[in-house]
Design a protein around this ligand. Structure first.
Ligand SMILES: *Cc1c(COP(=O)(O)O)cnc(C)c1O
Length: 233
């Protein structure tokens, strides 16, 4: 078995174990292999072993990989999306994890209508309010979601996403993940038309186990599967 497949299986096992220990069904958690900066061959290698979900953060890279992969897989746009790059992902990404402004919702609506489709999105919440990160605040999440649902019929909200702070000890992020789950429940209880709240995308290489324990339904793992990234290549 290839090293990539072994790494992937190990992460998947950890998720399953954490889920069962928390009284959750492992099948309720999707592992997204974050392949950003990695060559298409890495995706092909995992795909041959049955892996279907991949995460990219640069729209042009997502487009190129989507257009060149030898058999269809699902690509998730996980990083910040500029309005002028919406065109690259609208018919290619199964899910855009990073809706973070009304301006972006507007651009997604326009492009979705043009392509006779619906943009499937998550709302990115900057829960810890870090200056370095995109996302709306937890306080504005509800009014933001109501506004998007009302104004943009071709933008379909499926849940929430967060990128937790980079910490040495993943336990430090537990309260953030717990808070995200509560926020999801609060929004569910509002029963907003054209909004589903099935997805909670949180947890990366350093903290995905804690995220699963606190209710993540999608985890985005790169380094633990593909190794360190080199942004200079
Ligand atoms: C790069 C990235 C990840 C994966 O990070 P790792 O620490 O390598 O697992 C997850 N989510 C987002 C939004 C990313 O940009």
């Amino acid at each position: 078995m290839s090293e990539l497949v072994e790494n992937y299986n190990k992460v998947r096992e950890n998720i399953d174990k954490a889920a069962r220990a928390a009284g959750r069904n492992p099948e309720d958690i999707t592992l997204i292999a974050v392949s950003k900066t990695k060559p298409l061959e890495c995706i092909e290698e995992l795909r041959a072993a049955g892996v279907m979900e991949f995460g990219e953060n640069r729209p042009q890279e997502l487009r190129d990989k989507y257009d060149n992969v030898s058999a269809p897989v699902h690509f998730h746009q996980i990083g910040h999306l500029q309005t002028n790059k919406v065109k690259y992902v609208i018919n290619r990404a199964v899910l855009i994890h990073s809706l973070d402004s009304i301006k972006l919702a507007e651009a997604l609506e326009k492009e979705a209508v043009k392509n006779d489709t619906v943009a499937e999105v998550l709302v990115e919440v900057n829960y810890a309010e870090e200056d370095s990160k995109f996302g709306i605040t937890k306080e504005t999440a509800l009014p933001f979601i109501k506004e998007v649902a009302e104004s943009f019929p071709h933008v379909h909200i499926n849940g929430l996403m967060t990128i937790a702070p980079f910490v040495d000890n993943p336990e430090e992020n537990r309260q953030i993940f717990r808070g995200m789950k509560q926020l999801l429940l609060d929004i569910i209880s509002e029963n907003i038309d054209n909004v589903d709240m099935n997805v909670l995308s949180m947890g990366m290489t350093n903290d995905y186990i804690v995220a699963v324990e606190e209710g993540a339904t999608m985890v985005r793992v790169g380094t633990a599967i593909f190794g360190e990234r080199n942004y200079n290549v």
